[in-house]
Unconditional design. Structure first.
Length: 65
């Protein structure tokens, strides 16, 4: 895929994220869900493999794999 150059203005993190999503014509709902799933932390006592599988499962549901 060809790289695109986008102009980023100053603002809050949320404003910058929304600007990038809009400029790249991405599905805001999907991108927001993916960012939320990728931002989660491993729960106390959770094994790394279980944590990774949980993240993969959640992402697959969003992108419908």
């Amino acid at each position: 895929k060809e790289e695109e150059e986008i102009e980023i203005k100053q603002g809050s993190i949320e404003e910058i994220e929304n600007s990038i999503i809009k400029d790249l014509k991405l599905d805001k709902e999907v991108v927001t869900k993916l960012m939320r799933f990728l931002d989660v932390e491993k729960e106390e006592g959770e094994k790394i493999l279980d944590f990774e599988n949980r993240i993969i499962k959640d992402i697959k549901e969003v992108i419908k794999l």
